[in-house]
Design a protein around this ligand. Structure first.
Ligand SMILES: *Cc1c(COP(=O)(O)O)cnc(C)c1O
Length: 381
């Protein structure tokens, strides 16, 4: 398919000859009202009504029992791993196709990521690859934990990621993790409003994490959240994100090394308003995805669609070229012409700090990294 023809189509659906960004936030609801209320109340920081409201609203939206707000998606992952019992020298199974934060959060604890391949259709962790990896490399020992036979390290947790909002085969991943006594944590940073088999992404794992950074489907400038159904876990998540302070009317007692990760009320005000608009955004984004899908129907460029049983938020639409040179050509021409496009991330194991991490060969990950490009995906008003 002609590159010019794709660019013309994108200009056509966004109805502009100006620069078209990849993804911009939309503030059409009560954002200003809630922000002004926050300023008038003077509660702009880590205590305030909007933080509590957001936690209740988010839990309700996702169908989770508890939600804990925090400063960003990276800190959410960090705390999720800590509360799941990941310690220094453990191994954590994750994807080579993900944003760098997933690998970084694992490293903050001194644990090591192991990169498992993804499925081509979901671009998220492949149940088959996970199973084969464990069967080849892992053994369950008398202490009940799973160990890597080669490295001798404990495999404590598994962190799959729902790429660009497309739900992965999370039910199968959960079954495998359960069989091996590995804690499942879902990096749902990109998949707020995405469901698999009727359940919100992030609710399959022991903990699910979200990001509300400026480029995500809904934003509060910077922010994140954790969801869980486990009351004890919820208490721990809240405790560690709030300096591990022991509740007392005036004394300063802290019973662990805690973190200053609480979401400020100002940010919570913004994201409360955004959450009210989420369903409208998703409807709008799914319409855009459908237009793209129809456009690429009979082309040699493939539009990446949600799989059966999945409902994607289509945060970032993705197309697949037939090889790396076609991917490169399109990136060059589209960006030169003021239509912002981006390749899928470089694989995590190609970064210097992760270059000696174990992988399972990553056949599909390498294939995708040579072919996938994200195209403009903002809500159209
Ligand atoms: C955005 C993102 C994060 C990190 O979120 P921040 O809020 O930017 O810290 C983590 N994982 C994935 C997959 C992301 O896309």
């Amino acid at each position: 398919m002609d590159v010019e023809c794709i660019i013309d189509f994108i200009r056509d659906i966004f109805k502009t000859q100006e620069f078209i960004p990849l993804h911009t936030p939309t503030f059409n609801g009560k954002e200003k009202k809630y922000l002004l209320e926050t300023i008038d109340s003077t509660y702009v920081s880590s205590v305030g009504a909007f933080v509590n409201k957001f936690e209740a609203d988010l839990a309700n939206y996702c169908g989770a029992k508890y939600a804990i707000a925090c400063v960003n998606g990276t800190s959410a992952l960090h705390i999720a791993l800590l509360v799941s019992g990941v310690v220094q020298n453990d191994e954590v199974l994750t994807q080579a196709i993900t944003f760098i934060a997933t690998g970084n959060a694992i490293s903050y604890i001194g644990a090591r990521p192991v990169f498992i391949d993804v499925d081509k259709d979901t671009m998220g962790m492949s149940p088959e690859s996970l199973k084969s990896f464990l069967e080849a490399y892992a053994e369950q020992r008398a202490d009940g934990f799973t160990y890597n036979k080669i490295s001798g390290k404990r495999i404590k947790a598994c962190v799959p990621m729902h790429t660009f909002g497309l739900p992965l085969r999370i039910d199968e991943i959960l079954n495998i993790c359960n069989a091996w006594n590995i804690v499942l944590i879902e990096d749902a940073a990109e998949s707020i409003g995405s469901f698999f088999k009727g359940k919100h992404t992030g609710t399959y794992g022991k903990v699910g994490t979200f990001s509300f950074n400026g480029n995500k489907t809904i934003t509060c400038g910077g922010g994140g959240a954790l969801i869980t159904d486990d009351e004890y876990v919820a208490k721990e998540l809240k405790h560690l994100t709030t300096q591990a302070k022991v509740p007392h009317p005036w004394r300063f007692r802290h019973d662990a090394v805690g973190y200053n990760y609480r979401m400020p009320n100002l940010n919570a005000a913004l994201v409360c308003a955004q959450l009210e608009e989420l369903d409208g955004f998703i409807e709008n984004k799914r319409e855009l995805a459908l237009s793209y899908r129809n456009f690429f129907k009979n082309a040699d460029v493939q539009f990446v669609s949600e799989i059966k049983h999945a409902k994607s938020n289509y945060w970032l639409n993705a197309i697949c070229f037939h090889d790396r040179s076609a991917q490169e050509d399109f990136l060059k021409v589209s960006n030169d012409r003021g239509v912002m496009t981006r390749p899928i991330w470089d694989l995590m194991n190609t970064m210097p700090m992760f270059s000696d991490c174990l992988t399972d060969g990553l056949e599909n990950s390498i294939w995708l990294s040579d072919r996938i490009v994200n195209i403009p995906s903002s809500v159209r008003i």
